[in-house]
Design a protein around this ligand. Structure first.
Ligand code: ADP
Ligand code: ZN
Ligand code: ZN
Length: 827
């Protein structure tokens, strides 16, 4: 082994890019002298591994290796790190905390579109065969000479090909040197398919201008003449796509025009800015009220101090939280620090973006899942280059590649969409907390209805609580009326709209104002039943009933998308008495139209927002008052701010409440409070009607007066009695597979393993195994169990040493297992 001990950290810990779970651990290699500068954490490398060459990523450099015989790295594949050391540490923390593989965690922090097996393009930029340097290289570095010779024959060339032609040795240091001496340029091919986008433009020449005005061309080649005329009338330059669509041209006219010297053609890079069409007006910092000012000053102090700290900004909708965020960002920027703002995907509307863009202009980058890969890549580059220093985005924007992070803001922190449902099943709130700790940044969690976890931490003093008690403009919160639907039934009203709600809709319509009707279910009805024999039509693959969609006259499974035509006869008893029960959004829309023939209704749910842009289109129509009523699912419950909406109706508040889970009361309270916040945001007072079969339930009763503290007290009593979170920590285990017996057997075997691993019965409690609430989905049977931890040790600790064994167990039985650390609820 070469003597490498004189250098600092001569070893590297490398994570291999191999899918096998048992190999998801670091392996040690030594770093050859010539790769010393390049093998930094976050670059991809080539390493020898059991007789093969495989790719990996450097996790960190080390002073010593744990094994005796360490092999050397073969090569480094990136010219600069893709991941900052802090983001690297964050990914390793995620893998450990959320019990996922390191590779899965790294995927979160790697830029979108970068896959491990990527490549770069190398291009020779000097006439290398001449000059004294050429001779010098020939003498001093034969390897470099070989590279140059290959490049003289073929340039540009892909790095992979170059490697093959070189056959042996490390290219990294040679390429670095050639680049620094400006022999070559290297471009990342990592984003193939999402490369910077360019468009071809046609530019009118003087000859072309003359030809356009001569009658000759018009007679001989009318199409060509049209193009030139169009160019003349548009200042001499247009993109070819624009010309094509304008004139309906298909053939390759541009080539001929170029050959004749009428035009020149030129590629211009265009930024795929998803907000290109919007015009953002500049806005100024507002003069804060006393509470806002107090909150801002505390946040500023912590940003200034450069120590990590967490805040809860608790304030009702309209209390001025966003203004505090904006000014906190302004302060961070004044120290040249960067900021990330997370909002729920659903609330990431042009309006939300506008508030940040209008204050910080071009400094703002926007990231969300509806962006195309190209748009995402462009935004990522702007962040990476430092051009953007404020990121507004959904959950994954948390991993924005900033290196001078000062502030993370999470608006509507209680939103469950901050938890990712696939591996790594991270929660953005807790992961943000960790990122802030690693980067000495400040975390601000904002909400009108904080999650119990966060509020509990604030009560315990782990988070500083800041309160904005009132709406800024002094508007009163909307008046909430609760309607007992049992009374409606007794009075003979079977319509989904109660009499009170009908009356309010009529009045709102008469005043020329708008209403929003909220319902947690799409489709027309929630189940289809035969009155004769009681058969409920179910999905053949899942343990759920099928939903009737009137528009398409089809029955649809909302879990696996199974679809069948609606039968005329009962498939069991052949009777005609098939009836639809339960209410979906489609049905509400139809009933509303029946009750109010003049009412213009828009519906927004997953069925009407399938295509990109649908969401914005519907909202824009509603905003410009093209409709009087908007009917929708939880998609419309949040973040919408319509001045002209004075009525909000909830068809049934009980949907969430009836869900058998310990978090259902919290969900209901949050939802009702959010929905109520939609009304009366303009100058007119708002009116909210909540329909329910459980008017006395505290989650509904207390939302009437927007009484968060009352709710927190009640709910904490219930949680502490049953020792549910936040008074305990939970890990859920789900076992599934096509064979029910095998699933049950695996579940029981795992339960025994977990029981035997628990150190003390007082501190841990295993619930289950039991069939999951949805006991069969997509032909798979599902069983689950939950390990609750009451003491200082997180139950995830119990699993950490047994993961291998558990995956093995599942595999042998032909089943699957997945773990969820800190799950949202336990259903
Ligand atoms: P939240 O984020 O809590 O819903 P916002 O920050 O959106 O509250 O504030 C609600 C409205 O009040 C917005 O129109 C905002 O521009 C305005 N506003 C906020 N703070 C002030 C202030 N200090 N003075 C005047 N208007 C304000
Ligand atoms: Zn029947
Ligand atoms: Zn199904």
């Amino acid at each position: 082994m070469p003597a490498v001990t004189t250098r600092k950290d001569p070893y590297a810990e490398v994570l291999l890019n191999l899918p096998a779970r048992p190999l998801d651990r670091p392996f040690h290699y030594c770093v050859p002298e010539e790769l010393d500068q390049d093998a930094v954490p976050g670059v991809r490398v080539k390493v020898p591994f059991s007789g093969r060459t495989v790719e990996g990523i450097v996790l960190r450099r080390m002073n010593s290796a744990e094994v005796d015989s360490v092999k050397p790295l073969i090569d480094v594949l990136d010219k600069e790190t893709l991941i900052s050391p802090q983001l690297m540490s964050l990914a390793m923390w995620m893998a450990e905390y959320y019990l996922c593989t390191r590779a899965e965690a790294l995927r979160c922090v790697l830029p979108t579109g970068v896959r491990w097996e990527n490549d770069e393009i190398i291009e020779l930029i000097r006439d290398a065969a001449k000059g004294p340097q050429w001779d010098q290289i020939r003498h001093s570095s034969p390897a470099m000479m070989r590279v140059l010779r290959i490049l003289l024959k073929e340039s540009p060339i892909s790095r992979k090909k170059l490697e093959r032609m070189m056959k042996s040795g490390s290219l990294a240091s040679i390429l670095r040197q050639l680049e620094s001496e400006q022999w070559i340029v290297r471009t990342d091919k990592a984003h193939e398919g999402v490369k910077p986008k360019s468009q071809r433009f046609a530019l009118l020449t003087n000859t072309g201008k003359e030809a356009a005005s001569s009658g000759l061309l018009r007679r001989r080649a009318p199409r060509q003449s049209q193009v030139l005329e169009l160019l003349v009338s548009h200042g001499g330059s247009l993109s070819e796509t624009t010309i094509r669509t304008h004139l309906g041209i298909t053939g390759d006219l541009f080539k001929r025009l170029e050959d004749k010297g009428y035009i020149t053609r030129q590629d211009e890079e265009i930024q795929r800015d998803p907000y290109a069409g919007y015009n953002f007006e500049k806005s100024q910092d507002l003069c804060l009220n006393q509470e806002q000012d107090l909150a801002l000053r505390q946040i500023e102090q912590r940003i200034q101090s450069g120590e990590s700290h967490s805040f809860l900004l608790h304030g009702v909708t309209g209390s001025g939280k966003t203004e505090v965020y904006l000014q906190a960002i302004r302060f961070a920027r004044s120290l040249d620090l960067q900021a990330i703002v997370l909002v729920p995907e659903i609330a990431l509307t042009p309006q939300t973006v506008e508030r940040f863009k209008s204050r910080f202009g071009e400094e703002v980058a926007v990231l969300h899942s509806r962006l195309s890969a190209g748009e995402r890549y462009d935004q990522w580059r702007r962040i990476r280059s430092g051009e953007a220093s404020v990121v507004v985005g959904a959950r994954s924007a948390l991993f924005a590649p900033f290196t001078r992070l000062g502030l993370i803001i999470i608006d509507e922190e209680h939103e469950t969409s901050y938890k990712q449902s696939e591996n790594p099943k991270y929660h953005a709130r807790d992961t943000a907390w960790m990122r802030c700790r690693l980067e000495n940044a400040v975390l601000v969690l904002g909400s009108a209805t904080p999650s119990l976890e966060t509020y509990y931490k604030a009560e315990q003093g782990q988070i500083t609580k800041l309160t904005l008690p009132e709406r800024v403009t002094g508007e009163t919160l909307p008046k909430v009326t609760i309607v007992d639907m049992r009374e409606e039934l007794k009075a003979g009203n079977r319509n989904p709209f109660s009499r009170v709600l009908q009356e309010r809709i009529r009045a709102t319509l008469a005043e020329g104002r708008q209403s929003i009707i909220f319902l947690n279910r799409r489709g027309f009805s929630t189940f289809v039943l035969c009155r004769e024999c009681g058969l409920v039509l179910r999905c053949p693959h899942c343990d759920v009933s099928l939903t009737y969609h009137a528009g398409s006259r089809q029955l649809v499974c909302h879990y696996c998308q199974y679809t069948q035509a609606c039968p005329d006869l009962c498939p069991q008893c052949k009777s005609h008495h098939i009836r639809y029960f339960g209410i979906g959004t489609e049905r509400v829309e139809e009933e509303a139209k029946k009750l109010f023939p003049d009412l213009r209704v828009l519906r927004m749910d997953m069925d009407t927002t399938g295509r990109k842009g649908d969401h914005e289109r519907i909202l824009a129509q509603f905003r410009s008052h093209k409709a009087d009523m908007l009917v929708g699912t939880q998609m419309i419950a949040k973040g919408l701010d319509f001045e002209n909406v004075t009525l909000v109706g909830v068809i049934t508040a009980d949907t969430a409440l009836n869900f058998p889970d310990y978090v259902s009361a919290e969900r209901t309270f949050q939802l009702m409070t959010q929905v109520a916040g939609r009304a009366g945001r303009g100058e007119y007072p708002g009116d909210v009607v909540i329909q329910t079969y459980a008017p006395d339930h505290y989650s509904i009763e207390l939302s009437k007066n927007h009484d968060y503290n009352g709710f927190y007290t009640e709910e904490m009593q219930y949680r502490s009695q049953l020792r549910y979170p936040p008074l305990s920590k939970v890990v859920s285990v789900l076992i599934w597979g096509p064979n029910e017996k095998a699933v049950i057997a695996t579940a029981e075997q795992m339960a025994r393993l977990i029981e035997s691993a628990i150190p003390s019965a007082e501190e841990f409690h295993l619930m289950g195994p039991v069939p999951a609430l949805m006991s069969r989905i997509k032909k798979n049977y599902r069983w689950q169990m939950h390990l609750l931890g009451y003491g200082g040790i997180h139950p995830a600790e119990i699993f950490r040493d047994h993961l291998q064994e558990m995956y093995q167990m599942a595999k042998q039985a032909g089943t699957h297992v997945s773990l969820d650390v800190d799950p949202i609820g336990m259903a």
